[in-house]
Design a protein around this ligand. Sequence first.
Ligand code: CP3
Length: 343
Amino acid sequence: MTKPMLRALAGERLATPPVWLMRQAGRYLPEYRAVRAEAGSFLDLCYRPDLAAEVTLQPIRRYPLDAAILFSDILVVPQALGRRLWFVENEGPKLAPIEAAAEIEALDPERIHTTLAPVYETVSRVREALPETVTLIGFSGAPWTLACYMIDGQGSKEFMKTRAFALSEPRAFELLIDRLEQAIVAYLGRQIEAGAEVVKLFDSWAGVLPPAGFERFCKAPLDRIVRAVKAAHPSVPVIAFPRGVGANYAAFAADVPVDGLALDTTVPMAWAASTLNPKITLQGNLDPVTLMVGGLPLDEAVDRIRAAMAERAHVFNLGHGVLQWTDPENVTRLLRRLKGTAG
Ligand code: CP3
Protein backbone atom coordinates (compact mmCIF):
# COMPACT_ATOMS: atom_id res chain seq x y z
CA MET A 1 0.00 0.00 0.00
CA THR A 2 1.90 2.98 -1.24
CA LYS A 3 -0.74 5.66 -1.68
CA PRO A 4 -0.21 8.31 1.03
CA MET A 5 -3.95 8.82 1.52
CA LEU A 6 -4.53 5.10 2.20
CA ARG A 7 -1.52 4.93 4.50
CA ALA A 8 -2.79 7.87 6.55
CA LEU A 9 -6.29 6.36 6.76
CA ALA A 10 -4.71 3.10 7.96
CA GLY A 11 -3.40 5.10 10.94
CA GLU A 12 0.10 5.99 9.75
CA ARG A 13 1.45 9.43 10.65
CA LEU A 14 3.30 10.69 7.57
CA ALA A 15 6.05 13.33 7.68
CA THR A 16 3.95 15.38 5.26
CA PRO A 17 0.24 14.66 5.60
CA PRO A 18 -1.65 13.71 2.46
CA VAL A 19 -3.88 16.54 1.26
CA TRP A 20 -7.05 17.07 -0.75
CA LEU A 21 -9.70 19.81 -0.55
CA MET A 22 -13.45 19.62 -0.27
CA ARG A 23 -14.91 21.17 -3.46
CA GLN A 24 -11.50 21.06 -5.08
CA ALA A 25 -13.33 20.80 -8.42
CA GLY A 26 -15.55 23.82 -8.78
CA ARG A 27 -16.25 27.36 -9.82
CA TYR A 28 -12.97 28.87 -8.55
CA LEU A 29 -11.22 27.04 -11.44
CA PRO A 30 -11.58 28.61 -14.93
CA GLU A 31 -11.30 25.16 -16.54
CA TYR A 32 -14.28 24.01 -14.43
CA ARG A 33 -16.36 26.99 -15.52
CA ALA A 34 -15.61 26.16 -19.16
CA VAL A 35 -16.79 22.55 -18.85
CA ARG A 36 -19.77 23.63 -16.75
CA ALA A 37 -20.78 26.03 -19.56
CA GLU A 38 -20.44 23.23 -22.10
CA ALA A 39 -22.66 20.94 -20.00
CA GLY A 40 -25.39 23.57 -19.74
CA SER A 41 -26.65 22.85 -16.25
CA PHE A 42 -24.98 21.62 -13.07
CA LEU A 43 -27.09 18.44 -13.05
CA ASP A 44 -26.29 17.72 -16.70
CA LEU A 45 -22.64 17.92 -15.69
CA CYS A 46 -23.23 15.42 -12.86
CA TYR A 47 -24.88 12.93 -15.24
CA ARG A 48 -22.38 13.20 -18.15
CA PRO A 49 -19.59 10.69 -17.32
CA ASP A 50 -17.16 12.19 -19.83
CA LEU A 51 -17.54 15.73 -18.45
CA ALA A 52 -17.89 14.71 -14.78
CA ALA A 53 -14.69 12.64 -15.09
CA GLU A 54 -12.95 15.59 -16.72
CA VAL A 55 -13.80 18.03 -13.91
CA THR A 56 -12.88 15.42 -11.27
CA LEU A 57 -9.41 15.24 -12.84
CA GLN A 58 -8.88 19.00 -13.36
CA PRO A 59 -7.58 19.78 -9.85
CA ILE A 60 -5.34 16.69 -10.00
CA ARG A 61 -3.70 17.99 -13.17
CA ARG A 62 -3.21 21.45 -11.71
CA TYR A 63 -2.02 20.56 -8.19
CA PRO A 64 -0.04 17.83 -6.36
CA LEU A 65 -3.09 16.52 -4.46
CA ASP A 66 -3.23 13.05 -2.89
CA ALA A 67 -6.89 12.32 -3.62
CA ALA A 68 -9.56 13.01 -6.20
CA ILE A 69 -13.20 13.15 -5.12
CA LEU A 70 -15.89 11.97 -7.51
CA PHE A 71 -17.63 14.95 -9.08
CA SER A 72 -21.33 14.65 -8.40
CA ASP A 73 -23.71 15.98 -5.75
CA ILE A 74 -25.26 14.49 -2.61
CA LEU A 75 -28.74 15.34 -3.92
CA VAL A 76 -28.67 12.88 -6.82
CA VAL A 77 -29.75 10.20 -4.29
CA PRO A 78 -33.08 11.85 -3.39
CA GLN A 79 -33.56 12.41 -7.12
CA ALA A 80 -32.86 8.72 -7.84
CA LEU A 81 -35.42 7.84 -5.16
CA GLY A 82 -38.01 9.72 -7.22
CA ARG A 83 -38.00 13.26 -5.78
CA ARG A 84 -37.95 16.25 -8.13
CA LEU A 85 -34.63 18.18 -7.98
CA TRP A 86 -33.43 21.31 -9.75
CA PHE A 87 -30.74 23.95 -9.22
CA VAL A 88 -31.43 27.68 -9.40
CA GLU A 89 -28.42 29.76 -10.43
CA ASN A 90 -26.97 31.66 -7.43
CA GLU A 91 -29.57 30.14 -5.09
CA GLY A 92 -28.66 26.47 -4.93
CA PRO A 93 -30.69 23.27 -4.86
CA LYS A 94 -34.48 22.99 -4.74
CA LEU A 95 -36.48 19.82 -4.14
CA ALA A 96 -40.23 19.23 -4.21
CA PRO A 97 -40.72 19.06 -0.42
CA ILE A 98 -42.11 15.91 1.18
CA GLU A 99 -45.34 16.78 2.94
CA ALA A 100 -47.00 13.44 3.70
CA ALA A 101 -46.03 10.00 4.99
CA ALA A 102 -47.37 8.41 1.78
CA GLU A 103 -44.60 10.16 -0.17
CA ILE A 104 -42.02 8.48 2.05
CA GLU A 105 -43.62 5.05 1.60
CA ALA A 106 -43.33 5.57 -2.17
CA LEU A 107 -39.52 5.95 -2.05
CA ASP A 108 -37.92 2.83 -3.52
CA PRO A 109 -34.22 2.17 -2.79
CA GLU A 110 -34.23 -0.67 -5.36
CA ARG A 111 -34.72 1.73 -8.26
CA ILE A 112 -31.82 4.13 -7.66
CA HIS A 113 -29.25 2.40 -9.88
CA THR A 114 -31.09 3.19 -13.13
CA THR A 115 -30.69 6.92 -12.46
CA LEU A 116 -27.26 6.63 -10.88
CA ALA A 117 -25.59 4.40 -13.51
CA PRO A 118 -23.79 7.43 -15.07
CA VAL A 119 -22.22 8.18 -11.66
CA TYR A 120 -20.75 4.67 -11.51
CA GLU A 121 -19.47 5.16 -15.06
CA THR A 122 -17.76 8.39 -13.97
CA VAL A 123 -16.08 6.54 -11.07
CA SER A 124 -14.64 3.87 -13.34
CA ARG A 125 -13.41 6.42 -15.91
CA VAL A 126 -11.66 8.50 -13.24
CA ARG A 127 -10.10 5.45 -11.61
CA GLU A 128 -8.61 4.42 -14.94
CA ALA A 129 -7.18 7.87 -15.62
CA LEU A 130 -5.73 8.67 -12.17
CA PRO A 131 -1.98 8.69 -11.49
CA GLU A 132 -0.80 5.74 -9.37
CA THR A 133 -0.29 7.70 -6.17
CA VAL A 134 -3.68 9.44 -6.17
CA THR A 135 -6.60 7.90 -4.28
CA LEU A 136 -10.20 8.05 -5.55
CA ILE A 137 -12.85 9.03 -3.01
CA GLY A 138 -16.52 8.21 -3.58
CA PHE A 139 -19.22 9.78 -1.41
CA SER A 140 -22.81 10.06 -0.35
CA GLY A 141 -24.86 12.45 1.71
CA ALA A 142 -25.88 11.07 5.11
CA PRO A 143 -29.55 10.32 5.88
CA TRP A 144 -30.14 13.36 8.11
CA THR A 145 -28.68 15.86 5.63
CA LEU A 146 -30.55 14.33 2.69
CA ALA A 147 -33.78 14.33 4.75
CA CYS A 148 -33.21 18.05 5.48
CA TYR A 149 -33.27 18.90 1.78
CA MET A 150 -36.12 16.45 1.05
CA ILE A 151 -38.44 17.95 3.68
CA ASP A 152 -37.40 21.63 3.77
CA GLY A 153 -37.09 21.58 -0.03
CA GLN A 154 -33.99 23.80 -0.11
CA GLY A 155 -31.00 24.97 1.90
CA SER A 156 -31.76 26.67 5.22
CA LYS A 157 -29.94 27.87 8.32
CA GLU A 158 -32.15 25.94 10.72
CA PHE A 159 -34.05 23.25 8.75
CA MET A 160 -37.02 23.94 10.99
CA LYS A 161 -39.55 22.02 8.86
CA THR A 162 -37.43 18.89 8.96
CA ARG A 163 -36.78 19.12 12.71
CA ALA A 164 -40.50 19.67 13.36
CA PHE A 165 -41.47 16.76 11.10
CA ALA A 166 -39.02 14.43 12.89
CA LEU A 167 -40.72 15.21 16.20
CA SER A 168 -44.35 15.34 15.10
CA GLU A 169 -44.29 12.37 12.69
CA PRO A 170 -41.65 10.11 14.24
CA ARG A 171 -42.75 6.90 12.48
CA ALA A 172 -42.79 8.46 9.03
CA PHE A 173 -39.45 10.14 9.72
CA GLU A 174 -37.85 6.88 10.92
CA LEU A 175 -39.08 5.25 7.71
CA LEU A 176 -37.44 8.03 5.67
CA ILE A 177 -34.13 7.54 7.51
CA ASP A 178 -34.39 3.79 6.96
CA ARG A 179 -35.07 4.10 3.20
CA LEU A 180 -32.16 6.54 2.88
CA GLU A 181 -29.84 4.15 4.74
CA GLN A 182 -30.71 1.34 2.34
CA ALA A 183 -30.16 3.58 -0.68
CA ILE A 184 -26.86 4.94 0.65
CA VAL A 185 -25.39 1.50 1.43
CA ALA A 186 -26.33 0.26 -2.06
CA TYR A 187 -25.02 3.46 -3.69
CA LEU A 188 -21.64 3.34 -1.93
CA GLY A 189 -21.33 -0.40 -2.70
CA ARG A 190 -21.70 0.31 -6.42
CA GLN A 191 -19.19 3.17 -6.27
CA ILE A 192 -16.67 0.84 -4.61
CA GLU A 193 -17.29 -1.87 -7.22
CA ALA A 194 -16.71 0.78 -9.93
CA GLY A 195 -13.34 1.81 -8.42
CA ALA A 196 -13.80 4.10 -5.41
CA GLU A 197 -10.99 3.34 -2.92
CA VAL A 198 -12.35 5.38 0.01
CA VAL A 199 -15.90 6.55 0.71
CA LYS A 200 -16.98 9.65 2.60
CA LEU A 201 -20.34 10.40 4.24
CA PHE A 202 -21.34 14.08 4.30
CA ASP A 203 -23.63 14.98 7.20
CA SER A 204 -23.41 18.69 6.52
CA TRP A 205 -26.40 19.66 8.69
CA ALA A 206 -25.80 17.40 11.70
CA GLY A 207 -25.04 20.60 13.63
CA VAL A 208 -28.68 21.75 13.71
CA LEU A 209 -29.69 18.72 15.80
CA PRO A 210 -30.02 18.83 19.59
CA PRO A 211 -28.17 16.02 21.46
CA ALA A 212 -31.01 13.44 21.36
CA GLY A 213 -31.54 14.11 17.65
CA PHE A 214 -27.80 13.81 17.02
CA GLU A 215 -27.86 10.31 18.58
CA ARG A 216 -30.92 9.12 16.64
CA PHE A 217 -30.60 10.77 13.27
CA CYS A 218 -26.86 11.32 12.79
CA LYS A 219 -24.77 8.92 14.89
CA ALA A 220 -27.00 5.82 14.85
CA PRO A 221 -27.73 5.86 11.08
CA LEU A 222 -24.07 6.52 10.23
CA ASP A 223 -23.02 3.73 12.59
CA ARG A 224 -25.34 1.28 10.77
CA ILE A 225 -24.21 2.50 7.33
CA VAL A 226 -20.49 2.27 8.17
CA ARG A 227 -20.93 -1.26 9.56
CA ALA A 228 -22.91 -2.36 6.48
CA VAL A 229 -20.35 -0.90 4.05
CA LYS A 230 -17.52 -2.55 6.00
CA ALA A 231 -19.31 -5.92 6.13
CA ALA A 232 -19.44 -5.92 2.31
CA HIS A 233 -16.06 -4.20 1.69
CA PRO A 234 -13.83 -4.67 4.75
CA SER A 235 -10.73 -3.11 3.20
CA VAL A 236 -12.31 0.16 2.05
CA PRO A 237 -11.71 3.05 4.48
CA VAL A 238 -14.69 5.20 5.44
CA ILE A 239 -14.56 8.90 6.38
CA ALA A 240 -17.47 10.64 8.08
CA PHE A 241 -18.15 14.38 8.23
CA PRO A 242 -20.74 15.14 10.93
CA ARG A 243 -20.33 18.87 10.43
CA GLY A 244 -20.97 21.25 13.31
CA VAL A 245 -21.56 18.70 16.09
CA GLY A 246 -19.04 20.25 18.51
CA ALA A 247 -18.45 18.16 21.63
CA ASN A 248 -20.48 15.35 20.03
CA TYR A 249 -17.47 14.65 17.79
CA ALA A 250 -16.11 12.76 20.81
CA ALA A 251 -19.14 10.45 21.10
CA PHE A 252 -19.12 9.95 17.34
CA ALA A 253 -15.43 8.99 17.30
CA ALA A 254 -15.87 6.67 20.28
CA ASP A 255 -18.76 4.68 18.79
CA VAL A 256 -18.79 4.78 14.99
CA PRO A 257 -16.12 2.53 13.41
CA VAL A 258 -14.85 5.03 10.85
CA ASP A 259 -11.25 5.19 9.63
CA GLY A 260 -11.30 8.95 9.15
CA LEU A 261 -13.20 11.78 10.78
CA ALA A 262 -13.50 15.13 8.99
CA LEU A 263 -13.47 18.11 11.37
CA ASP A 264 -15.27 21.35 10.59
CA THR A 265 -13.67 24.80 10.90
CA THR A 266 -14.87 25.37 14.48
CA VAL A 267 -13.10 22.37 16.05
CA PRO A 268 -9.89 23.21 17.98
CA MET A 269 -7.37 20.78 16.49
CA ALA A 270 -5.38 20.47 19.73
CA TRP A 271 -8.60 19.43 21.52
CA ALA A 272 -9.37 16.95 18.73
CA ALA A 273 -5.84 15.52 18.84
CA SER A 274 -5.94 14.90 22.58
CA THR A 275 -9.60 13.88 22.93
CA LEU A 276 -10.87 11.95 19.91
CA ASN A 277 -10.45 8.17 19.64
CA PRO A 278 -6.72 7.72 18.83
CA LYS A 279 -7.47 4.90 16.35
CA ILE A 280 -9.12 7.36 14.00
CA THR A 281 -7.30 9.51 11.43
CA LEU A 282 -8.34 13.16 11.66
CA GLN A 283 -9.02 15.24 8.56
CA GLY A 284 -9.25 19.01 8.33
CA ASN A 285 -9.75 21.76 9.13
CA LEU A 286 -8.47 24.94 7.45
CA ASP A 287 -11.08 27.71 7.20
CA PRO A 288 -12.06 28.21 3.51
CA VAL A 289 -12.10 31.99 4.13
CA THR A 290 -8.44 31.79 5.17
CA LEU A 291 -7.69 29.98 1.91
CA MET A 292 -9.62 32.65 0.01
CA VAL A 293 -7.66 35.48 1.69
CA GLY A 294 -4.28 33.74 1.27
CA GLY A 295 -0.97 35.35 2.20
CA LEU A 296 0.51 35.18 5.70
CA PRO A 297 -2.77 34.33 7.44
CA LEU A 298 -2.90 31.23 5.24
CA ASP A 299 0.71 30.22 6.02
CA GLU A 300 0.12 30.67 9.75
CA ALA A 301 -3.10 28.67 9.74
CA VAL A 302 -1.45 25.79 7.85
CA ASP A 303 1.42 25.72 10.37
CA ARG A 304 -0.96 25.82 13.34
CA ILE A 305 -2.98 22.86 12.09
CA ARG A 306 0.15 20.84 11.39
CA ALA A 307 1.59 21.60 14.83
CA ALA A 308 -1.63 20.49 16.52
CA MET A 309 -1.61 17.26 14.50
CA ALA A 310 2.08 16.47 15.14
CA GLU A 311 1.26 13.28 17.08
CA ARG A 312 -1.76 12.08 15.07
CA ALA A 313 -2.45 10.41 11.74
CA HIS A 314 -3.70 13.36 9.70
CA VAL A 315 -5.17 14.16 6.30
CA PHE A 316 -4.87 17.86 5.55
CA ASN A 317 -8.08 19.44 4.24
CA LEU A 318 -10.40 22.37 4.68
CA GLY A 319 -13.13 22.43 7.30
CA HIS A 320 -15.67 23.00 4.48
CA GLY A 321 -15.59 23.48 0.70
CA VAL A 322 -13.37 25.79 -1.39
CA LEU A 323 -15.21 29.10 -1.91
CA GLN A 324 -15.88 30.12 -5.50
CA TRP A 325 -14.03 33.45 -5.07
CA THR A 326 -10.75 31.72 -4.16
CA ASP A 327 -7.72 32.57 -6.31
CA PRO A 328 -6.35 29.25 -7.65
CA GLU A 329 -2.86 30.57 -6.78
CA ASN A 330 -3.77 30.38 -3.09
CA VAL A 331 -4.17 26.62 -3.40
CA THR A 332 -0.65 26.49 -4.88
CA ARG A 333 0.61 28.54 -1.93
CA LEU A 334 -1.13 26.22 0.55
CA LEU A 335 0.40 23.11 -1.02
CA ARG A 336 3.89 24.65 -1.06
CA ARG A 337 3.61 25.60 2.59
CA LEU A 338 2.43 22.13 3.45
CA LYS A 339 5.00 20.24 1.44
CA GLY A 340 7.84 22.61 2.27
CA THR A 341 8.95 23.03 -1.34
CA ALA A 342 10.35 26.40 -2.35
CA GLY A 343 9.64 28.37 -5.52
O1 CP3 B 1 -14.96 18.61 -5.38
C1 CP3 B 1 -15.82 18.06 -4.64
O2 CP3 B 1 -15.83 18.25 -3.40
C2 CP3 B 1 -16.77 17.04 -5.23
C3 CP3 B 1 -18.05 17.44 -5.67
C4 CP3 B 1 -19.15 17.82 -4.69
C5 CP3 B 1 -20.11 18.83 -4.99
N1 CP3 B 1 -21.04 18.86 -4.01
C6 CP3 B 1 -20.08 19.68 -6.20
C7 CP3 B 1 -20.92 20.88 -6.28
C8 CP3 B 1 -19.51 17.28 -3.46
C9 CP3 B 1 -18.81 16.21 -2.65
C10 CP3 B 1 -20.72 17.93 -3.03
C11 CP3 B 1 -21.44 17.59 -1.80
C12 CP3 B 1 -22.57 18.44 -1.37
N2 CP3 B 1 -23.57 18.96 -2.15
C13 CP3 B 1 -22.87 18.74 -0.02
C14 CP3 B 1 -22.08 18.26 1.17
C15 CP3 B 1 -20.87 19.08 1.42
C16 CP3 B 1 -21.15 20.46 1.91
O3 CP3 B 1 -20.86 21.40 1.15
O4 CP3 B 1 -21.61 20.61 3.05
C17 CP3 B 1 -24.03 19.53 -0.01
C18 CP3 B 1 -24.72 20.11 1.21
C19 CP3 B 1 -24.48 19.65 -1.36
C20 CP3 B 1 -25.70 20.34 -1.86
C21 CP3 B 1 -25.37 21.47 -2.75
N3 CP3 B 1 -24.85 21.34 -4.03
C22 CP3 B 1 -25.49 22.84 -2.47
C23 CP3 B 1 -26.01 23.42 -1.16
C24 CP3 B 1 -25.06 23.53 -3.61
C25 CP3 B 1 -25.13 25.03 -3.85
C26 CP3 B 1 -24.02 25.76 -3.20
C27 CP3 B 1 -23.09 26.33 -4.24
O5 CP3 B 1 -21.88 26.36 -4.00
O6 CP3 B 1 -23.61 26.80 -5.27
C28 CP3 B 1 -24.61 22.57 -4.55
C29 CP3 B 1 -24.04 22.84 -5.89
C30 CP3 B 1 -22.67 22.30 -6.16
N4 CP3 B 1 -22.21 21.06 -5.82
C31 CP3 B 1 -21.64 22.97 -6.90
C32 CP3 B 1 -20.55 22.09 -6.98
C33 CP3 B 1 -19.25 22.31 -7.69
C34 CP3 B 1 -21.76 24.35 -7.54
C35 CP3 B 1 -22.71 24.25 -8.69
C36 CP3 B 1 -22.28 24.93 -9.98
O7 CP3 B 1 -21.24 24.63 -10.58
O8 CP3 B 1 -23.09 25.75 -10.43
